[in-house]
Design a protein around this ligand. Structure first.
Ligand code: KIV
Ligand code: ZN
Length: 511
């Protein structure tokens, strides 16, 4: 199947979510999945249904709400996993079962304790079982890039014969190099019978920083599905980044002559949404979407840019949906202006959600003259995409300075009951966190605390991200406010709400 379209398979919600600190709750997964659909990816891998009740439910929910993309559920090559995956995705408009088994000697010996013959038989059986449910079956040969080529060829042949319609050749440990990987793809195309009727797919990890290069080399060799994640998140050093692979194909269309179905100007809003949801900032030097990706500091560069932007820009910020950081709204901006800006940023809100955001814009405009794109996004996340709160901040007063003992007086509602306390600390943030801990009756350890200014200016909103841990559970929280002490309180309470939600989910899973 050789055509000019490269299908984009997004695994942010599965492989991406496996990376440390990237876990998302159900509401966040649904929101991100909808945005991935608007981005135009061809397949959304929604999760691994057999891995937990929470994953099963998230995949099921996503399968029910996605309108265009195919929805894939991951399954080990076992009857139980495949049945569970089908149960989760069967209501999708276009469901896909994605089953996998390792094929490298090291994985077969030490992880699976299986012989080559057993692996061959199990692949045929698993793909056969998945094909009884749907014709849309993907098989992945885990650790393919470290597998013996002739055995891998036999496995791929078995999967194709059993009915797989997509064959994925993962570089599971980020070990391969572009030329070697391209040669492997060509080898499979030359040796597997019937390969022309299936889509060859690649899935690259970034352990040596080669995930995007390897993906593109494989595409040049004939692969027509790329498995990628937003911002390149994923196991260890991450996966090939969607924005890099898609924009490399777009910017160098002259070289590749290939298309994707991705709506390019939704790239930045989607990557930014993920960053806000998981509380992990996009690094300034990140290709395509980083803060510096379109910044020109050197005088000679600025001069060139003024004459002709193409001297130093191979793509425009607008082409990936990155708005210039300009004043977008003020105190007198109305509902329509707010809605239009939100739509330009890729947010489609219902009437009630829009009402909340408009109110929040007015409140913020009382404190801050200019409201920037970044402020608006922070408000959307706070007002619309927050999990229902067990703990809410109602009132906060903080006293500090070099002649005062830092003190916080705080009023919160806990399950709709109001509680008020005052506490001391070594600094204003410490006293606020101590007060919150006293109210909620928990004392989690603080793993991370970071503050960044969302925009420039001394009246900029501070965006605080915290990571807390209690026992085995960790949670990330974020909060934004022109007052960084209030932003810190919001972030800490957000993390406590997420922790409470995780504990609730664990109890439900045990029941
Ligand atoms: O990296 C990998 O091999 C995977 C497979 C399950 C596709 O994530
Ligand atoms: Zn992977």
């Amino acid at each position: 199947m050789q055509n000019n379209t490269v299908y984009v398979f997004d695994t942010t919600l599965r492989d991406g979510e496996q990376s440390p600190g990237a876990s998302m709750n159900m509401q966040e997964k649904r929101r991100l999945a909808r945005q991935l659909d608007a981005l135009g990816v061809d397949v959304i891998e929604a999760g691994f249904p057999a891995s937990s009740t929470g994953d099963f439910e998230a995949v099921q929910e996503i399968a029910q709400v996605i309108e265009n993309a195919q929805v894939a559920g991951l399954a080990r090559a076992s009857t139980a996993d495949i049945d569970r995956a089908w149960e989760a995705i069967k209501d999708a408009r276009r469901p896909r079962i994605h089953t996998f088994l390792a094929t490298s000697d090291i994985h077969m010996e030490y992880k699976l304790a299986m012989s080559r013959e057993q692996v061959l038989a199990q692949v045929a059986e698993a793909v056969g079982r998945a094909s009884t449910y749907t014709q849309n079956v993907e098989f992945s040969a885990e650790d393919a890039s470290r597998s013996d080529w002739s055995f891998l060829t036999q496995v791929v042949q078995a999967a194709v014969d059993a009915g797989a319609t997509t064959i994925n050749i993962p570089d599971t440990v980020g070990y391969t190099q572009p030329e070697e990987y391209a040669a492997l793809i060509r080898h499979l195309k030359d040796t597997v019978q019937g390969i022309e009727d299936v889509v060859l797919s690649v899935h690259c990890h970034n352990d040596l920083g080669l995930a995007t290069a390897n993906t593109l080399a494989a595409v040049q060799a004939g692969a027509r599905q790329v498995e990628v994640t937003l911002n390149g998140i994923g196991e260890r050093a991450g996966n090939a980044a969607l924005e890099e692979v898609v924009m490399a194909l777009e910017v160098r269309k002259d070289l590749h002559g290939l298309e994707t179905n991705v709506v390019k100007d939704q790239i930045y809003p989607t990557c930014r949404l993920l960053s806000l949801i998981i509380g992990q900032a996009i690094p300034a030097y990140k290709a395509v979407i980083g803060g510096n990706a379109f910044a020109h500091e050197a005088g000679i560069h600025q001069h060139g840019m003024l004459q002709n932007k193409q001297t130093y820009e191979i793509m425009t910020p607008e082409s990936i949906g990155r708005p210039p950081s300009e004043m977008v709204l003020g105190k007198h901006s109305g509902r329509h202006a707010c809605q239009r800006r939100l739509e330009e940023l890729g947010y489609r809100l219902d009437r009630e959600q829009l009402d909340h955001v408009v109110e929040a814009v007015k409140t913020l405009a009382d404190k801050k003259k200019q409201i920037f794109v970044e402020d608006l996004e922070a408000l959307v996340l706070e007002e619309v995409y927050r999990i229902p709160d067990k703990y809410k901040l109602l009132y906060l007063s903080s006293l500090s300075g070099n002649m005062a003992i830092p003190t916080a007086t705080l009023k919160m509602s806990v399950d709709d009951e109001n509680v008020q306390v005052a506490e001391f600390g070594v600094g204003p943030v410490d006293s606020v966190f101590n007060a919150i801990c006293r109210i909620v009756g928990k004392n989690p350890s603080l793993q991370k605390f970071s503050v960044t200014a969302i925009t420039g200016g001394t009246d900029a909103q501070g965006e605080v991200t915290v990571k807390i841990q209690e026992g085995e559970q960790t949670a990330i929280g974020r909060g934004a406010d022109p007052d960084i002490i209030v932003a810190s309180a919001k972030a800490y309470i957000n993390a406590l709400n997420r922790l409470a939600k995780k504990e609730e989910d664990t109890i439900c899973a045990r029941i």
